[in-house]
Design a protein around this ligand. Sequence first.
Ligand code: MN
Length: 197
Amino acid sequence: MSFVQPELPYSLGALQPFLHEEQMQFHYGKHQAAYFTKLNVLLDGKPEAKSPLKEVIVGAAAGPIFNNAAQAWNHDFFWHCMSPTGGGDPKGDVLKAIDRDFGGYDKFKQTFSEKAANLFGSGWAWLAADKSGKLEIMALKDADTPLKHERTPILTLDVWEHAYYIDYRNLRPKFIEGFWSKVNWDFAAKNLDDSSK
Ligand code: MN
């Protein structure tokens, strides 16, 4: 096994009432786990098997290796975008950048939520920074990630149906609303800080 699924940064039930244990058990324990399993099969005996996961993602052409590598990484990033002690408003440099690039936190939250709700089919809503530190919201299909668009991921929300169907059934907007109650702004701040290095 070359790529090993990292541990969740909290217990399966830690994000309740936003996400219950069964939802997380399937998402972390079945969906994300399967991407790691498939990636290891696809890369068995190939030189990329020894590369860091991010390098595999950036270097891969469209296809199964990219899809499984990106989905493996995107989910790990996503788990860190939530915290049992999360929620509330961003502070410091993240808030400053959001004010500057979106005209305020409420406008940002509304636009991000709408783009996440309106993304047709499977994908991810991202907050990402370009090389100058400018923030943008990206609604990307399937496994696509800002890493493929020379952007640094700051925050993400998985809006594949498997991310919410056990807890929310077809009600994606309810799931998106709940995300803000557990959003991890400390993680976003660290990512924004790293993007300028
Ligand atoms: Mn997912």
